[in-house]
Design a protein around this ligand. Structure first.
Ligand code: ATP
Ligand code: MG
Length: 327
């Protein structure tokens, strides 16, 4: 399938994202002096920006690609939650399944930056048990009404084994494309999932291998073999940061793609772009290699932008045109 055809199909896709929702807040300022109150810099705030994180960022990525997106997750009944919902709705994301509850705060990360130097980060976050989501008829109906379901697990509590197993089984029964961005620390049993997209470190953890010693090569073939042995995904795509990504099936590395990034400014959120693009492409009928190639271009574009960023089909088209299709 030609990449252009895949891109065109994005606008008729319906995707449900289930996952941890986060709100990223940045305070940008300048430091001229040390505080008289304590030996700390005084940041004179010049502007504030906000963006969505976790599953909310996956949803924004899909919306930017042109898909119709529904998002399910847990937020607090607070100002950060309202602003997050506003931001998502502004991008066209359906937030009816983002459940607000006063018993937990919306997960919020405030970063204080002096020029471009991060001085500190302040997190607002409750215990994982405060963010659990129960399966419900609306969620099951949303799965039926979607072409694909993405589980975005940031280990904040939404993706419990019970919820995951039930939604996965329902999605499979209805023949949906299902993908998971896993957090190994959750020890989730995800047998039967269509695609997982761990990064280099998460893949080692899923394989039960230690971090290689300094200077030692990344044991890609072994990581791949062990993940299939232990977890049995249909398709495994390991994102390798500056080294691109590896496409693995049936316990073996089928192919690796080197990064398409020409410049790198900010790698945060690239993993969200990868799972969004991969899943959309697979749901549009692309092969694993075609989907990965597209996702690799999408990631190459977002890392060249400052701040957590998204990519649209126009930018993808331009990037694809600048590097000729192989095979
Ligand atoms: N430093 C980099 N240079 C070039 N490309 C990069 C770099 N970092 C990331 N990428 C691109 O982004 C993709 C995903 O990145 P990465 O493996 O860092 O995912 P991740 O750790 O899940 O990211 P995050 O959790 O921040 O969203 C890579 O497969 C690659 O295409
Ligand atoms: Mg990631």
């Amino acid at each position: 399938m030609k990449s252009i055809k895949i891109l065109e199909a994005f606008s008729s896709l319906r995707v449900l994202v289930v996952g941890d929702l986060m709100f990223d807040h940045y305070i940008w300022g300048d430091v001229q002096r040390i505080s008289p109150e304590a030996p700390v810099p005084v940041v004179h705030c010049q502007r504030e920006t906000h963006t969505a994180g976790g599953g909310a960022n996956v949803a924004l990525n899909l919306a930017s690609l042109g898909a119709t997106v529904r998002l399910a997750g847990a937020i607090g009944a607070d100002a950060a939650g309202e602003r997050l919902v506003e931001l998502l709705q502004g991008a066209g994301v359906d937030t009816a399944l983002c459940l607000a509850d006063a018993k937990r705060p919306t997960i919020l990360k405030t970063r204080v930056l002096a020029r471009t130097q991060q001085l500190c980060r302040i997190d607002y976050e409750g215990a994982a048990s405060a963010y659990t989501l129960e399966s419900n008829p609306e969620l099951l109906a949303a799965i039926e009404g979607s072409d694909a379901v993405i589980f975005s697990d940031y280990a904040k509590g939404v993706i419990s084994q019970g919820l995951f197993s039930e939604l996965l089984a329902h999605a499979r029964r209805h023949g949906k494309v299902v993908s998971l961005d896993p957090k190994p620390s959750r020890h989730l049993d995800f047998h039967g999932v269509g695609l997982i997209t761990p990064n280099r470190h998460e893949a080692l953890e899923l394989a039960g291998l230690p971090e290689p010693d300094h200077g030692e090569a990344y044991p890609l073939a072994e990581v791949c073999r062990l993940i299939f042995e232990r977890h049995g995904p249909e398709l495994l795509i390991i994102t390798l940061g500056a080294d691109g990504m590896a496409i693995c099936r049936g316990g073996a590395v089928e192919r690796t793609l080197s990064t398409e990034a020409r410049e790198v400014f900010d790698v945060s959120g690239a993993g969200d772009t990868v799972i969004a693009t991969l899943t959309a492409a697979l749901a549009a009928g692309a092969s694993a290699v075609e989907a990965a190639r597209l996702a690799n271009h999408a990631a190459g574009i977002v890392v060249s932008k400052i701040g957590t960023a998204r990519v649209d089909p126009e930018e993808l088209r331009a990037s694809l045109n600048s590097s000729p299709e192989e095979d």
